[in-house]
Design a protein around this ligand. Structure first.
Ligand code: GLY
Length: 370
């Protein structure tokens, strides 16, 4: 009997799928896939780190269920969201003679989900994708909703496709081996859901942070709540024509900072989002939209979780305001030159503002570097 603790259904019509959340689900993966995808073969895309820790568990489980599989391993890190690795993974799918009716498993964090998902969307004009997220960030955000893609020298996630998974299988035990810094970075995306439109969830996180980091029952509960939130948004606005943009809270500043620091170890995606969310609250307060004490409360919570929250927290510092503004202007949340930002009226009251004055943002960034 699989140890599924939470099931979240993403009701997208013919593209509907389940998110299964539970402890040690990788051990049940073979039985679950044999039942839901009988007769398929699987390409398992993963990175060199996850290949050491989680891949053998999945392979044993698939072997026990009599399912055929081929591993496809790329280097760990954001650098793998590249044209070169997209080509490598796509060619490896073809070399393994996986057919259109077979499936690609993304076993790993957000980088692997985005890369494998994009490869699945183009190999043989589209193959089924199964997300098996092994990082907190991937379990609460990137494995759900169908956004896939790679980075370009022009910016983050600028090349990609919408390609919904057929199943998301989130094994909570994979988080036990996650580096603390990676866990904290994923936690920024957890906090994001509270800040968008769920003040109660933010307060619950303030009360339960220690248990979530410690691995208690609150961890699974937090992940399920995030997935339910994301599922609701994706069902309403799959292609980000409107409300889905709220999920980008903190991301416009965050992506600019990631680009500025070279998409690498100096600043993880979730760390950029943490700083970006504090900046979004501070900028909203500056515009007279939100109470400034909310900025302090958000910052205190993220700091307590071990996250950077200011430009000064970034190792090696950041480039000029001009450089950051150029990155912001190239971000895909820009429409015909006008800056779109997710601003807020306070904790749990984010909204989309499509007409933000670039000069005001530049002045704000100047002031923020102290
Ligand atoms: N990570 C934002 C989204 O999926 O829309």
């Amino acid at each position: 009997m699989p140890a599924i603790a939470h099931t979240v259904h993403v009701a997208l019509g013919e593209r509907a799928y389940d998110i299964l959340i539970g402890d040690r689900l990788l051990e049940d993966a073979g039985a679950i896939l044999a039942e839901r995808f009988p007769g398929r073969r699987f390409g398992i895309v993963t990175d060199a780190t996850v290949a050491q820790t989680q891949l053998p568990r999945l392979q044993r489980s698939l072997d026990a269920a009599g399912l055929l599989h081929t591993p496809i391993i790329v280097p760990a890190g954001e650098g793998s969201k590249s044209w070169a690795q997209l080509q490598y993974v796509t060619e490896a799918i073809l070399a393994a003679r996986l057919e259109r009716g077979d499936a690609v498993i993304a076993l790993g964090g957000g980088v692997i989900g985005d890369l494998a998902g994009f490869a699945a969307s183009i190999a043989r004009r589209g193959m089924d994708l199964i997300q098996m997220p092994t990082s907190l960030l991937a379990q609460v955000d990137s494995s759900v909703g169908g956004k896939t893609g790679i980075n370009s020298p022009h910016g983050k996630n600028l090349v990609g496709a919408f390609h919904q998974p057929r199943l998301v299988l989130a094994d909570l035990s994979t988080l036990d081996t996650l580096a603390p810094r990676q866990f904290a970075a994923g936690y920024a995306e957890v906090v994001k859901y509270g800040l968008i439109d769920d003040e109660d969830f933010f307060f619950w996180l303030e009360a339960n942070r220690a248990e979530i980091f410690g691995g208690g029952a609150a961890r699974g509960e937090a992940i399920a709540r995030c997935c339910r939130h994301k599922a609701r948004v994706v069902i309403e606005d799959e292609r980000e024509q409107g409300v889905r943009a709220l999920l980008n809270l903190g991301h416009t500043f965050g992506h600019a900072l990631e680009k500025d620091t070279g998409f690498g170890d100096r600043l993880l995606h979730g760390e950029g989002v943490a700083i970006g969310m504090v900046l979004a609250h501070a900028f909203s307060a500056r515009l007279g939209l939100a109470p400034s004490q909310d900025t302090g409360r958000v910052q205190a919570h993220l700091q307590a979780a071990g996250l950077p929250t200011t430009l000064g927290d970034i190792a090696g510092g950041v480039g000029s305001t001009q450089t950051l503004m150029a990155a912001i202007a190239q971000d895909k949340k820009v429409s015909r030159g006008a800056l779109t930002f997710i601003l807020t009226r306070g904790i749990g009251q984010a909204f989309i503002e499509r007409n933000v004055d670039p000069a005001a943002v530049a002045q704000f960034l100047d002031d923020m570097r102290g």
